[in-house]
Design a protein around this ligand. Structure first.
Ligand code: GLY
Length: 321
């Protein structure tokens, strides 16, 4: 009996492995040409830092963490880290996640008083048996790891919050009318390995306790080193409901080009809303052969791509004009 079960498993296993990626066979891993792709204009500075690490032979994981830390520390970026628009009660609460080339993942959500949630997420991945820590527990862990508690509410963000009379600022829309939001950052190192990170202060004036897509593995971020990586920006609730980044990666596994995969994942959202929306979501994707793609529901989304010595901001035409 035992032997028969063993034989069955032995026969089935090779088929299961072979059929898992039927359309990836022609896609070869890019080696020796590091690249970084990230969301929005603040991605340019993030890419610079990440690429410096890759050019010095650093890992894609170190690169995405260091890149994500740039907007986290920048008080002029009002949608990520220090200087982020607070929640309805006036508190800056942060979400972040990170994934490496071995499929390991770490995340923090509803974290307060710690400037670099992406680095805390990395330590959750590397030093605990868990994937996600939230709120007080995440902060306790961060403090125990040597992070210091800081006031993340800048005077500018506080004034914006007061002026806006605590009205919601949708992800993808900032109070000064300029669009920017979460940074999702994906990198490929010289060995062709992939990693990603995602960090945000989330929806400005959100309900206290609200968590978006960015710290949810498969929603705001997903990396499968055999296929590719994807990251999201925009209205997190819609990304969560469609498990967006995982969907983009799975579509690439099925043979969709990176652009097409991003587009199809957004079509799932639009379909649910019968193509009438007043919000935006955008995806970036990086396939293991180094091909990149993006798509956005509305016009205005830009992503930063650093490859072949050039770091360029690329506009993405919205599906809805
Ligand atoms: N995409 C950021 C958020 O919804 O929190």
């Amino acid at each position: 009996m035992k032997r028969r079960r063993f034989i069955k498993t032995g026969i089935l296993a090779p088929f299961a492995v072979a059929s898992a990626a039927p359309d990836m066979r022609g896609v070869k891993r890019a080696i020796g040409n590091p690249l970084v792709i990230s969301t929005w204009k603040h991605g340019l500075a993030a890419n610079e830092t990440a690429m410096r690490i890759l050019q010095n032979g650093g890992s894609c994981l170190d690169a995405v963490e260091a890149g994500a830390r740039v907007p986290e520390a920048d008080p002029t970026v009002s949608s990520v880290g220090y200087g982020g628009i607070p929640d309805r009660d006036g508190h800056v609460t942060l979400d972040a996640s990170i994934m490496d080339a071995d499929g390991n993942a770490g995340a923090v959500a509803f974290l307060e008083g710690i400037k670099h949630p992406v680095s805390v997420a990395r330590l959750v991945m590397e030093k605990t048996k868990h994937v996600m820590l939230v709120g007080e527990g995440a902060k306790k862990f961060a403090l125990a790891q040597g992070f210091k508690e800081e006031n993340l509410l800048t005077e500018e963000a506080r004034r914006t919050w007061l002026k806006k009379n605590k009205k919601s600022v949708f992800p993808g829309e900032t109070p000064n009318g300029k669009s920017h939001d979460t940074i999702a950052i994906l990198a490929q190192d010289k060995d062709g390995k992939l990693a990603g990170a995602c960090t945000t202060s989330g929806w400005g004036n959100k309900m206290r306790g609200r968590v978006g897509d960015s710290p949810i593995i498969g929603a705001g971020l997903y990396v499968d080193n055999d296929v590719g990586a994807a990251g999201a920006t925009g209205l997190g609730e819609e990304v969560i409901k469609t498990v967006g980044s995982f969907l983009v990666v799975e579509l690439m596994r099925q043979g969709y080009e990176p652009d097409e995969a991003c587009l199809e994942a957004l079509q799932r959202i639009l379909h649910r809303h019968r193509n009438t929306v007043r919000f935006s979501v955008a995806y970036i994707a990086l396939r293991k052969d180094g091909k990149t793609g993006s798509a956005s529901i509305l016009n205005g989304f830009k992503y930063a791509l650093y490859r072949d010595g050039k770091n360029i901001l690329q506009p993405t035409e919205g599906i809805i004009k």
